[in-house]
Design a protein around this ligand. Structure first.
Ligand SMILES: O=C(O)[C@H](CS(=O)(=O)O)OP(=O)(O)O
Length: 235
């Protein structure tokens, strides 16, 4: 049987082996949810950046540029980090360059894995089915918040561990704990996560509809992987 483990923050990733594994990067509020929304609604690929200036420079090459820091659109960027913006606008055929506070940093720190996927609640089941066909152990890499643990990414990790239980053994404490948490709270995601500090920060930005999308299960039949050129694309 294959295995599944959880890393709770990019600052802890050095404790985990990446080589030979499928890493699922997750940043529920909001980066990975936004990536799913963008690629499910016409964007053809996403080039992730840890750095704002490098990302912004891609505009000169025709990229749509998305930049977010501390929940707000960064100065000079066309898009911020709202999934709903991609559901409402028409970005068909556009290539997106994207940088966010936590999510794109976690992606950068996942490099070296055999396969890197984007995890979010809207594409949970599609990602599970894809992972079950791969002959790889799984590491869930939670983006957290500025190096800290957060509830929403960890709860997603629990949902993934639970969904993979017929094929992947959860044999470490983080995976076991989050599976138990999801079994207890997964039926009331929105109520439970309304207590999360990140949800409270986003509520202060008045983006309730983003939170709703981020916590909706299985509305996108889409698997997203990082390709050999460094673009996030549908698998
Ligand atoms: O835009 C977001 O939701 C967050 C902002 S922050 O972490 O609360 O500053 O960024 P993300 O990279 O999606 O975690």
């Amino acid at each position: 049987m294959k295995s599944v483990e959880v890393c709770f923050s990019p600052d802890l990733i050095h404790f985990h082996e990446l080589e030979g594994k499928a890493v699922v990067v997750v940043d529920i509020f909001r980066a990975t949810s936004t990536m799913v929304a963008a690629l499910a609604n016409g964007v053809v690929s996403i080039l992730p950046f840890a750095d704002l200036e490098a990302c912004k420079a891609k505009q000169a090459e025709g990229f749509l540029i998305a930049g977010e820091r501390n929940g707000l659109t960064a100065p000079g960027f066309e898009m911020g980090n709202s999934p709903v913006a991609y559901l409402e606008g028409d970005y068909t055929g556009r290539k997106l360059a994207m940088t966010t506070t936590n999510g794109t940093q976690a992606l950068e720190k996942s490099k070296g894995a055999a396969e890197i996927l984007i995890g979010a609640f809207p594409n949970l089941q599609a990602t599970v089915s894809y992972l079950q066909k791969l002959d790889l152990d799984v590491l869930v890499h939670c983006a957290g918040w500025k190096g800290r643990f957060n509830l929403e990414d960890s709860l997603y990790a629990g949902a993934l561990v639970k969904s993979l239980e017929s094929t992947h053994l959860a044999d470490e404490d983080g995976a076991l704990a989050m599976k138990s948490l999801f079994e207890r709270e997964g039926h009331q995601l929105k109520k439970y996560l309304s207590k999360a500090s990140h949800a409270k920060r986003l509520q202060n930005h008045g983006i309730e509809s983003d939170i709703d999308f981020c916590l909706t299960l299985d509305v996108c039949d889409l698997v997203i992987r990082l390709d050999e050129e460094g673009f996030l694309v549908p698998a």
